[in-house]
Design a protein around this ligand. Structure first.
Ligand code: PBG
Ligand code: ZN
Length: 327
């Protein structure tokens, strides 16, 4: 057809037609909901900088998981807040650690929910760093030993998938070997492959109480000026046995999601982090943005970039909107 007769607007005139030709879809199967578990009973502490997000004791968490299943959300990712921290982060790999107990409790009472556990040390160490310190430096290989213990105890408690988020080198291989040696060959690893040293984790550190007591995480998390390195991180994790690779944060890192997705034939997850959630919530509360519309747009952007899965604090809101037919 001659160019001058082309009208893009023909396919935009009618909502039904727009739906018919839309390239990007967002479904409940794309969603993973992050949850924070803390000691105690009947505890539901609001996280100030994340309206709608709570630290929950195990009893409250189990009920929450039931309603998540009812909403049709397939998976959660669990973060634990221990009541005791030490330099080794021992609660993280204790059989009776907060996560191990939470996983057992959920498994006992809730069917049809994929439980993913975050594998990191920062919530459990007294110094708040994501590994075992040698002076002020994280000892990579000593930390790997601990990470494999964390992952193993989580899986022994019933976790369906583990997600190492520490960004030490070689952790995927170490965890894969350990799980395999113990017979857990069918438990997948979702690796936080390209996790950037971002200022957008601020609210999470309030929720999970895992801020570093000194310094920062730049010696292990990625420099946000880099993209080639993110591709190599993903490649390395895949070679080491990662089943799903993750990019984090999501909204400001759409180029990374796209590059990882186009380079590798594996499922890609993206983590819309606490700061992304807080910004949308805050602007919504002030009446400066339409919270619901921006939330939906932000998630479609992440999917459009190439993410197969999204970890998001909006998961429940999205599931409800899907039920209402808004999405
Ligand atoms: C633990 C971890 C963090 C997040 C997920 N796992 C914090 C950090 O690396 O400091 C951030 C998630 C969010 O901000 O929502 N390492
Ligand atoms: Zn950490």
């Amino acid at each position: 057809m001659v160019e001058e007769f082309w009208r893009f607007r023909r396919l935009r005139m009618n909502a039904i037609v727009r739906n018919m030709v839309a390239e990007t879809v967002l479904t409940k199967n794309d969603l993973i909901y992050p949850l924070f578990v803390i000691h105690g009973e009947k505890v539901k502490n609001p996280v100030k900088s994340m309206p709608g997000v709570y630290q929950m004791s195990i009893d409250v968490l189990v009920d929450e998981c039931k309603s998540i299943v009812d909403l049709g959300i397939p998976a959660i990712i669990l973060f634990g807040i221990p009541d005791h921290k030490d330099p080794m982060g021992s609660d993280a790999y204790s059989e009776n650690g907060i996560i191990q107990r939470a996983v057992r409790a959920i498994k006992k009472e809730v069917k049809d929910l994929v439980i993913i556990t975050d594998v990191c040390l920062c919530e459990y160490t007294s110094h708040g760093h994501c590994g075992i310190l040698d002076g002020e430096i994280i000892d990579n290989d000593k930390s790997l030993e601990i990470y494999s213990k964390i992952a193993l105890t989580q899986v022994q408690a019933g976790a369906d998938m583990v997600a190492p988020s520490d960004m030490m080198d070689g952790r995927v291989q170490k965890i894969r070997r350990t799980l395999d040696e113990h017979g857990y060959v069918n438990v997948p690893i979702m690796s936080y492959s390209a996790k950037f040293a971002s200022s957008l984790y601020g609210p999470f550190r309030e929720a999970a109480q895992g801020a570093p007591k000194f310094g920062d995480r730049k010696s292990h998390q990625m420099d946000y000026r880099n993209t080639d390195e993110a591709v190599r991180e993903a490649e390395q994790d895949i070679l080491e046995g990662a089943d799903i690779v993750m990019v984090k944060p999501a909204g400001m890192y759409l180029d990374i999601i796209h590059r990882v997705k186009t380079n590798f034939q594996v499922p890609v997850a993206a983590y819309q982090v606490s700061g992304e959630y807080a910004m949308i919530k805050a602007a919504g509360e002030k009446g400066w943005l339409d919270e619901e519309k921006v939330m939906i747009e932000s998630l479609f952007a992440i999917k459009r970039a190439g993410a197969d899965l999204i970890l998001t604090y909006f998961a429940k809101d999205i599931a409800k909107l899907i039920d209402k037919g808004v999405i």
